[in-house]
Ligand binder design. Sequence first.
Ligand SMILES: NC(=O)c1ccc[n+]([C@@H]2O[C@H](COP(=O)([O-])OP(=O)(O)OC[C@H]3O[C@@H](n4cnc5c(N)ncnc54)[C@H](O)[C@@H]3O)[C@@H](O)[C@H]2O)c1
Length: 337
Amino acid sequence: MKLNKDQILYLSDAEVEALVPAKQVLKLTEDSFREYALGRAVNPIKLHLPIYPDYEGYINSMPAYLRKLQIAGAKLVSVYRDNPAKHQLPSTIGTVMLNDPQTGKPYAIMGGTYITAARTGAVMGVMAKYTVRTGAKVLTVVGAGAQGFSAFVMIKLAISTISTVRLVDINPASCQRFAQRAAEAFPDVTCLDCGSIQEACTGADVVLAAATSEKPLLADIAFDKGTTVLIIEEDFGNSFVKKFDGFVGDFRECLVERINADSRHHCEITGEPFEELTMESVTSEIGNIIVGKDCGRKSDSEIILGASVGMGIQDIIVGREAFEQALACDRGTVLPM
Ligand SMILES: NC(=O)c1ccc[n+]([C@@H]2O[C@H](COP(=O)([O-])OP(=O)(O)OC[C@H]3O[C@@H](n4cnc5c(N)ncnc54)[C@H](O)[C@@H]3O)[C@@H](O)[C@H]2O)c1
């Protein structure tokens, strides 16, 4: 298929998912971090549009440009935690647009919900690859929803020795669905439901936090030496970070800004003293670890924290792959501009 200048290609979420499988998202996500660490990416801090308190949600705008790969575009993503229960819609819904870097002209628009879940999970997979101790077997997932499952897939692809997944979720249906999908994708993995987060974390090699909980879930949890704790979603501040020997982030400025804003809000409500996180609190960025400028884990006994805010570069690199595959396989709908 060939696209004319006055046309735009539309791809549904299902089409994107079929065109870019999980393994490829994992590779592309690592590539995007490498480009970023080598100074070949522009990734502004995301713009946050609060819709709360009118409705329980927000919309983020995430533009990005990968200079060497010549990919530009943006993702709009909304997170409405009550969507599954109240509206039978996913909590997290995205749309990705790609623009020609030379002219700015949009040439593709696509569902970004699969891209968001896949690349968010892939960030955790890449962080796990560089921070989890060798021979890891037990993964704990707190919040067995869309992001939690996708991150499990990516962590398993990155660390094939994972054989047990301990699940903690307030909704038993989430655990059930997770276990069913896990059995289909990886028959060598056993999923176990755990009643308490502490029980699930003791003896785990990797802990993943991905729950849409209003209150922090890991604040009082004791982690064993050697554990890697990966955060997709969890409010935490400086006192939590101090428990760890190393803190790996995806995008230092954005991560510190987000954590401080959340932590300040939490302290205003609870009356706890607010302690600001500094740029130095994030001991390394994952891109720098990939290119060998930083070290992920120095010994098997270190307790490592990894957290991501998400970056537009991951969305557009996966979106671009979907676009190229769609042209090659004649998929999608061509629309007039
Ligand atoms: N860091 C990133 O790049 C990034 C990207 C996308 C989404 N997110 C975040 O990921 C979070 C999860 O999104 P999702 O799409 O997977 O939502 P989801 O609704 O599919 O899953 C969330 C799960 O958390 C569970 N949960 C809620 N409260 C809990 C509690 N107290 N204890 C245990 N489990 C609990 C729910 O039952 C549900 O199964 C959202 O808050 C979103 O903001 C982060």
